[in-house]
Design a protein around this ligand. Sequence first.
Ligand code: ACO
Length: 300
Amino acid sequence: MVLITEVSLRDGLQIEPVVVPTEAKIRFATRLVEAGFSSLEVGAFVNPARVATMADTGEVVAGLADQRAACHTLVLNERGARRAVAAGARHARLVMSASEGHSEANSGAGTDEVMRRLARAADVLREAGIRLEGCIATAFVCPFDGDTPVERVVRVARHYADLGVEVLHLADTIGAASPSDVTRALAAVRDVFPIERIGLHLHNTYGMAAANAWAAYGHGVRRFDAALGGLGGCPFAPGATGNIAADDLIHLFHREGIDTGIDTAKLGPLRDELAGLVGHELPSALAKVPATPAVVRSRS
Ligand SMILES: CC(=O)SCCNC(=O)CCNC(=O)[C@H](O)C(C)(C)COP(=O)(O)OP(=O)(O)OC[C@H]1O[C@@H](n2cnc3c(N)ncnc32)[C@H](O)[C@@H]1OP(=O)(O)O
């Protein structure tokens, strides 16, 4: 069994020029849950002047309070943590970059300062009983600084462990990692988090996301972020394109006889709905092929 966190309402939408109405976000998240997703990323408590489409994250979280799925949101500072608490969030994902260049572009501060901010944010979140996960952006390659040394990744992982983070996510923010990069980083952080508490957040910029996911699976990783249709990208990382497509990744696992708990028959209509919300076609492989039940099936 693999846990796929569907991130289109956060990472998917954050790079889109349209602001999707709150009600449409809540409706789409509800349908994702009906399709079998038990974990979603639904927004980010960040400065709305920098990412306008995340301004309603509090309302989205509140609107999904009755859902049985875990609804995750990003928190990058104490202000964001207090907003998460006020919205009644039960899960939060701390985020910081491993590299200095992306940290400055994304968070407006270097990594030392962001570590201090996240410590204050984690205090607020823990106090409210919110479960913490931690994401390391640019864990493999930075668009400004180049390859990220694994020592920088391990340093952030240790900080997260000290803050009470339960699950560590390594993010290939610009989709430039290769399977050996994934192997190297996993080997380094496994001393800090056990493999069952490590997830991968992949982008498909250079077409290597599926290879990276499969390499990680071979090392024991069972948690993956993915966005339906391959929507997404970081607005503060030049050259970043879409997330690994949830529909393609689920197809890969199902063909390999690995269960995801997702009903693939529901993914096509959901992908169409998402394309309608953002106003353009989505780039996943499955978006381009006709539905062929003999191929798109679970062997598990
Ligand atoms: C790799 C990824 O894909 S991560 C996801 C994409 N990246 C993001 O969403 C991060 C975007 N960045 C940001 O939102 C900001 O840089 C933050 C929240 C990380 C830090 O903000 P800073 O600019 O350092 O905060 P600072 O304390 O200087 O405040 C600047 C303004 O933002 C506001 N602000 C700061 N944090 C928040 C927050 N969490 N929520 C709402 N407003 C905020 C402040 O009130 C202030 O507003 P003002 O100008 O009206 O006075």
